[in-house]
Design a protein around this ligand. Structure first.
Ligand code: SR1
Ligand code: MG
Length: 422
């Protein structure tokens, strides 16, 4: 990529610079002067513009050559936009209707013009506001099962999968963020770490001295780095999902790379559990008991929906090099194929608990925190919510091989939330 020609867009220059593009004119009209542009990016990395006219709207997302959250002292390559574009095209093909439509990609300017999702809101915001979205469990189960299965050697022609593995293997710097920020920094006094202090000082010290937990975090990091199983979204938290009551779209796959299936599932579930533990910090307008029950229900239904769809694909689309039908079904050994499916699913469950526990920790102890907790202004209340989440995260990660079902995991969450365990 020609970094020399890159220029960050501004609200004032966008019309002049992109006004000639057919992708925008087709949706906004030719009267560029009448386009209304606003910058709405509130993520950690990029610029995001909404451009509207009387005819319609589009989103323009542009990568910056540094981490927006930190500033120019932390350079980050523009090529993440290239990985995002390629991930979005694959997700659209593998899980139709689950991502925004792409209208234009400019590699040199690291920008993607895409569908303006409206009246969608970010799922994390909706959950903080206490909204119960009726479709997220089913929609996200399908998104994960379809993208994770269809991007793997279970389904793909191995030549194509290996070419994709090579393409996404260059997403080194974004993987490096996850490798350090998620799996290591929370467990020592890394420079950019932050936590609610002094309330959490004691529990943070305990966690950082917890040998079993540190070994677990490194076991999970080892898996993340070494198990190139499928094309992951790579950052599937509730801030990467836009929703209405009837539609669910997954956005922002710039962290996409080949990794373990359980990573995406674990990260998403961690964010539902964090939402659960944060609810008591948002009770000014009334009890969030129903919201807590809703969130545990979403976890139960999403995991069961995922297993159903993954199993369906296993039985109908298992045309890759793994667990070939020629070894099982074609020889009348349907039970063998089912046994293998059980083994794959069991391993995924165990691993996702590990990833989920670590994701919870990094959102409370590391650099990149969650609005679920951060928006709780009273730091004593926030710390109580966070302490429960930390305790839960530690338990599911370290105890992952001995926890057998979502019902058990949710029962543990309930015990911790209600104070039944110290
Ligand atoms: C420096 S980037 C911090 C976090 O923001 C992204 O959304 C990823 O979750 C990353 O870990
Ligand atoms: Mg993001």
């Amino acid at each position: 990529m020609d970094a020399g020609s890159f220029e960050a867009l501004t609200v004032d220059t966008l019309g002049r610079r992109l006004g000639g593009l057919e992708a925008l004119r087709a949706r906004l009209g030719d009267d560029v002067a009448a386009w209304r542009t606003r910058e709405v990016g509130d993520g950690n990395l990029n610029l995001v513009f909404i451009v509207e006219s009387d005819k319609g709207g589009v989103v323009v997302k542009q990568a910056l050559p540094y981490v927006r959250l930190v500033g120019e002292s932390w350079p980050l390559p523009l090529k993440r936009s290239y990985f995002e574009y390629h991930a979005l095209t694959r997700q659209a093909a593998r899980a139709g209707g689950s991502v925004p439509e792409i209208f234009h990609f400019d590699e040199a300017q690291a920008l993607i013009v895409m569908e303006y999702l409206t009246p969608h809101v970010i799922l994390r915001r909706a959950l903080i506001d206490g909204r119960q979205l009726p479709k997220i469990a089913d929609d996200l189960a399908l998104f994960m099962a379809r993208t994770l299965f269809r991007g793997s050697d279970l389904a793909m022609e191995t030549r194509k999968r290996k070419a994709d593995l090579a393409l996404f293997a260059d997403n080194v710097e974004l993987c490096d963020i996850t490798e350090n920020l998620v799996f290591s920094d929370p467990y020592f006094e890394a420079e950019l770490n932050a936590h609610t202090a002094p309330q959490l000082d004691g529990i943070v010290a305990q966690l950082r001295a917890d040998r079993d937990l540190k070994v677990t975090a490194q076991r999970m990091k080892h898996l993340f780095a070494a198990k190139a199983e499928t094309l992951l979204h790579g950052d599937l938290h509730t801030g990467s999902i836009m929703v209405t009551d009837t539609d669910t779209r997954v956005i922002d796959p710039e962290f996409a790379f080949y990794g373990p299936m359980a990573f995406d599932v674990g990260m998403l579930f961690a964010n539902f559990w964090m939402s659960y533990f944060s609810q008591s910090g948002h009770e000014e307008g009334g009890s969030r008991e129903a919201m807590r029950a809703y969130l545990l229900g979403v976890l139960e239904r999403c995991w069961s929906g995922f297993r159903v769809e993954f199993s369906r694909l296993w039985r109908s689309e298992r045309d890759g090099i793994l667990y070939q039908k020629s070894l099982f079904e074609d020889r009348g050994d349907v039970l063998g194929a089912e046994q293998a499916l059980d083994a794959v699913m069991h391993e995924m469950w165990t691993d996702l608990l590990g990833f989920a526990g670590i994701e919870i920790h990094r959102r409370i102890l590391g650099l990149a925190h969650n609005a679920d907790f951060e928006s709780i202004e009273d730091t004593d209340i926030r710390a109580r919510c966070e302490a429960k989440a930390l305790q839960f995260g530690r338990q599911i990660a370290v105890n992952r091989a001995r926890m057998h079902s979502m019902t058990e995991a949710n029962a543990l969450a309930t015990l911790i939330e209600t104070g039944a365990v110290a």
